[in-house]
Write a protein that binds this ligand. Structure first.
Ligand SMILES: *Cc1c(COP(=O)(O)O)cnc(C)c1O
Length: 379
């Protein structure tokens, strides 16, 4: 790798920046002897609820389980259809399937890449029970429209907020217009622990109580059980997340600054840049451009020591290895399929320096200026 190589994630730099505080928090947990369902988890849940401005949060062991346990707690399962998007990380649909329900995919909006709210109505059947919008790349979906549709058809709304903690809609907050919000704390997310973690946030106390039971072997009282799971957020992770949560808004602001540098630097480049509707506050979990020559650009950047990845090059309805197959009922999803063929995520994390961002921009522009010559070289 060239000396000036730029990786895709900043979590080790982030750890080094907070090392003294994080090390101390972890050592305190080790000395405390309380590692599971202990005081750090309780404190983190309180602080997270305050941050989300929602009454309850429940820490679980991943974003995937946050989704699964919400579906189960809402009574969703076999025979039910849940509307979601195909342009997302696989876990969104996987959790629907694991709950026993069937995912129904709606195409994405050509501008925002979030679920196309104008196409939801057509996907609703007598079996539809819920809508699961994903706040893709850190941009909130159009929750106002989704809430309206859900109300008209008596559907639950569960927000997959794995990529968008800290984001806001135009005059609405995440969690304000839904039954529950699902968060992921896997290390590469905007708020990440040192491994896997997740949480559910909601204003529905009964739902939270149910999920507390489900995450702990169906138990709310020692020795009394119904069937549940082992899906708790460990106290070591909770302690780390408490240290990081205090910095989250600052990090989101830095992500927006970096996005502005990319927006300005790449304004004339032959590619589609991320779009933020007015009034929305993006948290840029990822900075995703689209180009018809994506593979060439990705290879060029990688050859220059800049890691650019694809989110997601195979949409969920295009996956071969899934039980719901390529059944005809999943209508073609042209916007999602075009994204899958053209998305490229540039390095985006708060620890990037302006100089590094400028270097990425420079190399993208170099590629753009020389791409014909480069593509001939490649053949
Ligand atoms: C990361 C992610 C998940 C799953 O979260 P895990 O903590 O990895 O289980 C679900 N949905 C989306 C959109 C994600 O990005």
């Amino acid at each position: 790798m060239p000396e000036s190589s730029i990786g895709f994630y900043g979590h080790v730099k982030q750890y080094h920046n907070l090392k003294a505080e994080i090390d101390q928090a972890i050592l305190d947990v080790l000395e405390s002897g309380s590692y599971v369902l202990g005081p750090q988890l309780t404190k983190f849940e309180e602080e997270l609820a305050r941050y989300m401005k929602l009454q309850e949060t429940v820490g679980v062991n991943s974003g995937t389980d946050a989704l699964l346990l919400v579906f189960l707690a809402l009574g969703l399962g076999p025979g039910d259809e849940i509307i979601t998007t195909s342009n997302t990380f696989f876990a969104t649909a996987e959790a629907i399937w694991l709950a026993g329900a069937t995912p129904v995919f709606v195409d994405s909006d050509p501008k925002t890449r979030n679920i196309d709210v104008t196409k939801i109505d057509a996907a609703i059947t007598s079996k539809t029970r819920a809508i699961v919008p994903v706040h893709l790349y850190g941009l909130t979906a159009n929750m106002r429209e989704i809430a309206k549709i859900a109300k008209a058809h008596d559907l639950f709304v569960v927000e997959d907020c794995a990529q968008a903690i800290g984001a806001r809609g135009d005059q609405f907050a995440i969690g304000e217009l839904s039954d529950a919000v699902c968060l992921s704390f896997i290390i590469q997310k905007n708020l990440g622990c040192f491994g896997d973690g997740g949480a559910v946030a909601t204003n529905n106390k009964d739902l939270a109580t149910n999920i507390r039971r489900l995450r702990n072997h169906g138990s709310s009282k020692r020795s009394y059980h119904s069937i549940g799971y082992n899906s708790r957020l460990d106290d070591i992770h909770a302690a780390v997340l408490r240290v990081k949560l205090k910095r989250l808004d600052e990090w989101s602001e830095r992500r927006r600054q970096i996005a502005r540098l990319y927006d300005q630097g790449l304004a004339e480049a032959p590619m589609t840049l991320p779009f933020t509707p007015s009034g929305y506050e993006h948290v840029y979990h990822l900075y995703v451009i689209e180009s018809d020559e994506r593979d060439g650009l990705q290879a060029y950047l990688n050859s220059k020591g800049i890691t650019a990845l694809t989110h997601y090059p195979i949409a969920i309805h295009q996956q071969e290895g899934v039980p719901w197959g390529r059944a005809a009922r999943f209508a073609s999803l042209p916007v999602t399929e075009k994204s899958a063929a053209s998305v490229l995520s540039l390095p985006m994390y708060p620890e990037l320096t302006d100089k590094e961002v400028e270097h990425v921009i420079e190399e993208v522009l170099n590629w753009a200026a020389n791409r014909e010559a480069l593509s001939h070289q490649a053949v």
